[in-house]
Design a protein around this ligand. Structure first.
Ligand SMILES: Nc1nc(=O)c2c([nH]1)NC[C@@H]1CN(c3ccc(C(=O)N[C@@H](CCC(=O)O)C(=O)O)cc3)C=[N+]21
Length: 297
């Protein structure tokens, strides 16, 4: 039986509707959530993602501003802007679009962001809090994946989830969230990566496979069990002269063949990416609410 499609748009729309309600209630108490986005250089994919994030923000009534630097900008200039945004009371969330150019120290930039404005959940303080199971800003993609599974009624408790990829923004935090002893967690988790000799031998044992490897065709039909749930986090641009933009987006999963075997699968585009954007705005509203509470509002 061909797989059902788990639509990111459906999940994102629901989350954005909740976010919009929360924005309204904050606005009535005199606080308008505000997101500052920082971008260095003009990587076309980054330009496109930031445009998407700001479009969603506008749709739910969140204000946003974009700060762009030329590719050759130095570390100090980016730090100076972050320092200023940290001090600005009206700025609730700060997102520095990654990747940064190679001459900029990404870790130092992330650590510069005030943890209470780190709506990406990338600051070491927030990562530590997440691993310990404390309240914090959860990283948007992993959190979005949990929301998609919940929306689809997929219980992860006691199931075997195999994550392919160990990045700091997806694989590592997702594996952590899945194994936490609470609602949405309690899974048995295996993480495969570039040094895993036979990834298929692990993914074939999975009830749920999440692929965040950053390379097309990493997961093929022979690597999944009949009826498995497949979450595709990859977004790869491939040349396509027949498309108006000259390229199209594909995931890391060989979609057609895997969809014939899986019970449920996320598409690309229209999948995890859209929910990632919604979770960013969710975090931004939360940052605004927490800031208001700190000021005694
Ligand atoms: N500081 C930081 N935070 C991030 O959250 C972050 C980042 N840097 N750098 C890059 C990755 C990637 N990412 C995506 C977000 C939305 C879509 C998305 O909206 N995708 C749409 C289509 C996008 C398009 O048409 O180009 C879709 O899949 O349907 C994709 C990818 C966030 N990231």
């Amino acid at each position: 039986m061909p797989a059902q499609i788990l639509s990111g748009k459906e999940v994102a729309d629901r989350i954005l509707a909740d976010v919009a309600k929360e924005v309204d209630s904050l606005a009535r108490s005199g606080c308008r959530p505000f997101l500052a986005v920082v971008r260095v250089g003009d990587d076309p994919a980054s330009v496109a993602y930031v445009r998407g994030k700001r479009k969603d923000a506008a749709r739910v009534g969140i204000l946003s501003e974009e700060h762009t630097f030329p590719e050759e900008t130095g570390q100090e200039d980016v730090c100076a802007l972050i320092d200023r945004l940290n001090r600005e009371e009206g700025v609730h969330g700060i997102l520095v679009q990654l990747p940064l150019p190679p001459h900029i120290d990404e870790e130092a930039i992330i650590e510069r962001i005030a943890p209470e404005k780190d709506v990406d959940g990338f600051h070491p303080v927030n990562v530590g809090r997440m691993v310990l199971g404390q309240e914090t800003f959860l990283p948007c993609t992993p959190h979005g994946i949990l929301m998609m599974l919940r929306h689809a009624g997929v219980e992860v408790r006691g199931r075997h989830v195999v994550v392919v990829g160990r990045s700091n923004i997806v694989g590592k935090p997702l594996a952590n969230l899945l194994l936490q002893k609470r609602e949405g967690g309690n899974a048995t988790v295996t993480v495969c990566h570039t040094a895993t000799p036979d990834i298929g031998s692990f993914t074939r044992q999975a009830d749920i496979v999440v692929v965040a490897a950053g390379r097309p065709g990493v997961l093929t039909a022979d690597m999944v069990r009949e009826g498995a749930v497949v979450i595709d986090v990859g977004i790869n641009r491939v040349e396509d002269p027949s498309s108006p933009r000259g390229y199209r987006l594909i995931g890391d999963v060989a979609f057609e063949e895997v969809a014939r075997k899986a019970s449920l699968i996320t598409p690309v585009p229209g999948g995890v990416g859209l929910v990632t954007r919604a979770m960013l705005l969710w975090n931004t509203v939360r940052a605004a609410r927490l800031a208001q509470e700190r000021r005694g509002g």
